[in-house]
Design a protein around this ligand. Structure first.
Ligand code: AMP
Ligand code: MG
Length: 493
């Protein structure tokens, strides 16, 4: 058997207590939905082979490829604030790691690949809908330029999974810089296993933060870097109206990638309190709570690192608090910088953030569409004749909005660029297309009810160039009609 994956499995070289060795459970009738050809090439994999019957057998977990060392990773986590000392990959398996064309190590991971010792009462499987949702949203995030796990392939299994009803089963092949989570650190901290914590921290530093290895306080620097990446990540989510939906510590990646797309969603109408997830009753993971929650999750990470910081607990706590305090500033810098650019302000003035806040307040009051508002600002930036589409979004209070536009224009006049350059720069930070919930639902219905994957393909094509106008697909930029509105999203597990 020739090797089609040049695997090098560093995580499987860690001690046994980091994972359970287990092969995927074969499925009845694997059939390919899609291979992400560009990503495959970037990973030095052969997309044609992946799409062949042999490749599809691997993607469905029916066949373990040469060089793979399949494992289910152990982790713990706080779920909605409650600590669960053992979660782990209950329906996923890490096949192994490859080095991509940029020299980056990437996990090849099957989601929906059968039961593992961490499955608890779950069936180890995934339904087609959530697999398509994760494929679409993770690839859209990548196209925005936001750190994220990727989708290499999706297959159907030919088996049904039981959720509220019987649904077609599927497996997603997920690619990540690693699947190490805040919860992975918590798993060992909860067991008082300091040796494992140190091994894990060293592994993470070598893999994600190699520049820290030779510093004098590498574990402090690690917390600082993870904090910086989380702050930057959440700021980027907020700037495209993304709501993760389950920011539990087991869904918080140490590499700073967006991971675990469950009930995630993009806002249509702007409101800071927006929640879609059916299980988030208290709105813990609402849009505007995300920075606060990220900091809470980082505090849980910091707690696990205390023994590596100092023998003296008080010293360790003080040092950790110092680092965590930096979160707010890092987040604000990234978020405010992003808001400025979205407004077409590429120089900095103190009043800019108030200007942005006033716009957000007006949007919230008018229930203006988040994405369209900013995209229409690009048009409006050409001059007053471009205002019309934008004004329509604020029909409930046009007079107040005209005041805002006037202040904005005054501020724009202090910018050095000509209008065309400014618009070009604004277009690159204000997407025309986002994976709108109603579009995702339509894709899922077509696939589940009619076995029609054409809408899935078309949506992926549109979202691969979110910043381009794409006049042929202009309807994909539109918010839902009232009857199309999706009010709730589900984990789908
Ligand atoms: P998630 O909600 O996807 O972040 O998963 C939380 C935990 O539940 C993880 O330990 C998962 O592995 C586990 N889990 C979710 N769905 C299933 C399933 N269908 N079968 C087994 N375990 C699952
Ligand atoms: Mg998870």
């Amino acid at each position: 058997m020739t090797s089609h994956f040049p695997f090098d499995n560093s995580y499987a070289r860690l001690p046994d207590r980091f994972y359970a060795r287990i092969a995927p459970t074969p499925v009845a009738e694997p059939a390919l939905i899609r291979v992400n050809r560009d990503l495959a090439l970037h990973l030095r994999l052969d997309p044609d082979w992946l799409a062949s019957p042999e490749g599809v057998a691997v993607l469905a977990g029916a066949r373990v490829p040469e060089g793979a060392e399949p494992i289910a990773m152990a982790y713990a986590g706080h779920q909605f604030g409650q600590f669960v000392p053992q979660l782990g990959d209950g329906r996923a398996i890490l096949l192994g790691e490859v080095i991509d064309r940029d020299g980056q190590r990437r996990d090849i991971h099957l989601k929906g690949s059968g039961r593992t010792p961490f499955s608890r009462r779950g069936d180890g499987r995934a339904a087609l809908g959530p697999v398509l949702r994760e494929y679409i949203v993770s690839e859209a995030m990548a196209a925005f330029g936001i750190p994220t796990t990727r989708a290499l392939a999706a297959v159907t299994t030919g088996e049904a999974v039981m959720r509220e009803t019987l649904l077609p089963g599927a497996v997603l092949t997920r690619v990540a810089s690693s699947h190490i989570r805040v919860g992975t650190f918590q798993f060992f901290a909860a067991r008082g296993d300091e040796e494992a914590l140190r091994l894990l921290a060293d592994h993470v530093i070598a893999r994600h933060y190699p520049q820290l290895a030779d510093g004098d306080r590498p574990y402090h620097a690690l917390l600082e870097q993870v904090t910086a990446r989380q702050a930057a990540l959440v700021a980027q989510w907020m700037l495209v109206g993304f709501i993760h939906g389950v920011m539990n510590t087991d869904n918080t990646s140490i590499s700073g990638e967006t991971i675990d797309y469950g009930p995630c969603a993009f806002m249509d109408a702007y409101h800071p309190g927006t929640v879609f997830s059916s299980i988030d009753h208290a709105g813990r993971y609402a849009y505007a709570n995300q920075p606060k929650i990220a900091q809470w999750n980082l505090t849980r990470l910091a707690e696990t690192l205390l023994p590596l910081f100092s023998q003296d607990q008080d010293t360790a706590i003080a040092e950790a608090q110092d680092i965590l305090r930096g979160f707010a500033e890092k987040f604000e810098k990234a978020f405010h910088g992003g808001l400025r650019r979205k407004l077409g302000l590429f120089t900095e003035r103190e009043e800019d953030i108030d200007l942005a806040r006033e716009l957000l307040a007006a949007m919230s009051e008018a229930k203006a569409d988040f994405t369209l508002t900013f995209r229409h600002l690009v048009k409006a930036a050409a001059g007053p004749e471009g205002n019309e589409a934008l004004r329509k979004l604020f029909a409930t209070n046009p007079a107040a909005f005209d005041d805002w536009i006037a202040s904005w224009r005054k501020r724009l006049s202090q910018e050095p660029q000509d209008a065309a350059t400014r618009q070009e720069m604004m277009r690159k930070v204000n997407p025309a297309f986002i994976p709108r919930n109603h579009r995702i639902e339509a894709v899922i219905s077509a696939a589940v009810e009619r076995h029609d994957f054409a809408p899935f393909e078309e949506l992926l094509t549109v979202l691969s160039k979110p910043y381009d106008d794409q006049p042929d697909f202009a309807h994909y930029a539109e918010p839902p009609q009232p009857h199309e509105r999706v009010l709730q999203t589900f984990c789908g597990t």
